[in-house]
Write a protein that binds this ligand. Structure first.
Ligand code: PHE
Ligand code: NA
Length: 448
């Protein structure tokens, strides 16, 4: 039951929706997180498991979230509650929506901290801070940033302010045009950087590392990390795609649209890997550098290549932009929930949600300097927020979404809505009823 009735806006076209969904999916997860996870998890075996998770689990859940959102025409918690009620199922299903909203809130807090790093590196590119630096110099620059709470706070605050400003105006405006021009630009820049990787003489080694698996390196922990990242990178298990689906018209082909978004997301992530690992090998950098990986590798290339200042500036600008479009999508479901459940206006709801996430982000950024001691399970606040969301909340919420769609909604209606019949409908049911949920459950239980 929503306290307020308000007219739900709609995307102007299928293209607009694809752009917004891609804007949410493509972000720090692809360019910052994916490469360092590969580096920490030993390469190709992780990559292949990740791709499997994307295809067999991520894609069906993406479709399921859109379907629920479009049918519910409401914030994720209310949409789940209404649909459950309509199908004569327990209202408790709305917990899935609520846990998704909570996940989005938690992720936003630390995501914005990394958005701040990206802003700071944009500035560094302009001032020529990378020119003539060796690996030690670039590493020192990164460590100095981490050691400075003031610098991190400034970046985090500016980034969050931008997010709040954009969301307060409503996502359907403005976002489309921006994503339409910036996504192709990001693609072109990726090609330039992969091209640079080919000149380092270590491109072959990077290819082997990324695609030739050493299965002995694989552990249950790695598989769970790959699964969690499949959710993170597609913005799943957080109510985000549900929220976006709630602005979606009837005519859109969900399966085809999902395929487009998934392919774009995967191409950008693999492109980032192909750009970064040749530099890692050429400069003998530590594969397991963790969250600092792109910040200690790419600037080395920018400092050496001709026109590096321009390329570096463009890269960090686009990274900041990709992070912004994702962060906007993280704040959106939280705001939608507050707005539809309280008497607060859109602007007030945005402020409340944004400032709360900003406050939690401060605890996350202090993890890199003043407050690096573990607070729980041997993890500091930053790692705790990251692991708790990616490894637990997202997979569990996603499991709820897929179980609900596959087992609680009328399967014939769902097949019709997706335009599936015969064998295709059979495969859809096999994947959503058994393969995806069992996959999530097995990975999850075996890692405990
Ligand atoms: N999918 C985004 C990325 O890959 C991150 C994100 C996660 C955005 C969850 C929204 C929700 O960077
Ligand atoms: Na992504």
């Amino acid at each position: 039951m929503s306290i307020k009735q308000h007219q739900h806006a709609h995307w102007s076209s299928r293209l607009a929706f694809i752009l917004a969904a891609t804007g949410s999916a493509v972000g720090l997860g692809n360019i910052w997180k994916f490469p360092y996870m590969v580096g920490e998890s030993g390469g190709a075996a992780f990559v292949l498991i990740y791709l499997l998770c994307i295809g067999l689990i991520g894609l069906p859940i993406l479709v399921a979230e859109w379907l629920i959102g479009r049918r519910g025409q409401n914030n994720p918690a209310n949409a789940m509650a209404d649909l459950a009620k309509g199908a004569g199922r327990p209202r408790a299903w709305m917990l899935v929506g609520i846990s998704g909203i909570l996940g989005a809130f938690l992720i936003l807090s630390f995501y914005s901290v990394i958005g701040g790093w990206s802003l700071y590196y944009t500035l560094n590119s302009v001032t020529g801070a990378f020119s003539g630096q060796d690996a030690d110099g670039i590493g020192a620059l990164f460590n100095a940033m981490l050691a400075s709470p003031g610098l991190l706070l400034a970046g985090h605050s500016v980034f969050m302010l931008l997010v709040i400003g954009i969301v307060a105006r409503g996502v359907t405006k403005g976002l489309e045009g921006a994503v339409r021009t910036l996504m192709p630009a990001l693609g072109v820049l990726m090609v330039v950087l992969v091209g640079y990787g080919m000149t380092t003489g270590h491109f072959g080694q990077a290819l082997t590392y990324l695609f030739n698996p050493d299965w002995s390196a694989l552990s249950g922990e790695t598989v769970l990390a790959a699964l969690g990242h499949a959710f993170f990178t597609l913005s799943l298990g957080m109510g985000i795609m549900m929220a976006y689906g709630s602005y979606l018209g009837r005519e859109v082909d969900l399966l085809k649209t999902a395929r487009t978004v998934v392919i774009m997301d995967t191409v950008i992530a693999l492109g980032a890997g192909l750009a970064i690992f040749p530099i890692v090998f050429a400069n003998d950098l530590d594969l397991a550098s963790g969250p600092g990986l792109i910040f200690v590798t790419l600037p080395l290339a920018f400092g050496k290549m001709g026109g590096g200042i321009i390329v570096g500036l463009m890269f960090f600008l686009l990274l900041t932009f990709a992070a912004l479009t994702s962060a906007i999508s993280l704040l959106e479901p939280v705001v939608e929930f507050v707005e539809e459940r309280t008497p607060l206006s859109r602007v007030a709801s945005t402020l409340v949600a944004g400032v709360a996430a900003w406050g939690l982000g401060i605890a996350a950024l202090l993890s890199f300097n003043l407050w690096s001691e573990p607070v729980l399970f041997g993890l500091n606040v930053f790692d705790l927020l990251d692991k708790l969301t990616s490894k637990f909340m997202l997979p569990l919420t996603g499991l709820g979404v897929i179980l609900f769609t596959a087992w609680q909604l009328d399967r014939h209606e769902v097949a019709r809505e997706l335009g599936l019949s015969g064998t295709a409908a059979g495969i859809w049911h096999l994947v959503t009823r058994f393969i995806a949920p069992i996959g999530v459950a097995v990975v999850f239980v075996s890692s405990l």
